[in-house]
Design a protein around this ligand. Structure first.
Ligand SMILES: [Fe+2]
Ligand SMILES: [Fe+2]
Length: 176
């Protein structure tokens, strides 16, 4: 909250990347027809989030920033993925879920911290609900293809790894 413009710049980037991530599943797994409509819906919703964050930034004269480095959070999470293509597919879906859930958690914190701007507070409340929904959507997608026990066991492992990764990241005005 101490550097909200910088937070918005990172937030906008994350929404754009979330949209790209949903669409990259479509590109990488065109044969997984059961999940394509929901991936497209998610990609559109994330792009709409990006559009709204950018509109808010534009009104306040805050520019987007050029990406300077790969997000260390995403990079560390990607390192958790198996190399075997089937296991990797599950890992990618579950990591997407974890990233969405972490986003929901952060937006809840931001929403609660906003004072004197009811419109912005409502916006972050709406995002918190939307990202929590996405968190469930990606697990549901995984359950189309993998047994429940495998999905939840791996989800627990990846959640634990994510907790360790996030605890080592430097504190900055960003989503992660
Ligand atoms: Fe989003
Ligand atoms: Fe999302």
């Amino acid at each position: 909250m101490a550097d909200f413009p910088a937070f918005l710049q990172d937030h906008a980037d994350c929404e754009r990347k979330a949209s790209a991530m949903a669409m990259s599943f479509v590109a990488k797994y065109p044969d997984r027809v059961e999940i394509i409509p929901e991936l497209i819906d998610t990609g559109i919703e994330e792009l709409q989030h990006f559009q709204r964050v950018y509109a808010y930034m534009e009104k306040r004269g805050i520019r987007l920033v050029k990406e300077r480095w790969q997000d260390p959070y995403i990079q560390a999470l990607s390192g958790q993925c198996h190399t075997d293509p089937i296991d990797r597919f599950l890992d990618r879906l579950l990591l997407a879920s974890i990233i969405e859930c972490r986003g929901a958690e952060r937006f809840r914190l931001v929403c609660n911290a906003i004072e004197n701007d009811p419109e912005l507070k409502d916006f972050y409340h709406e995002l918190w609900v939307s990202e929590a929904k996405h968190g469930n959507v990606f697990v549901k997608m995984a359950l189309n293809y993998f047994p429940e026990q495998q999905v939840y066991q791996r989800l627990q492992e990846l959640n634990r790894a994510e907790g360790e990764i996030v605890s080592k990241l430097p504190l900055r005005a960003a989503l992660h």
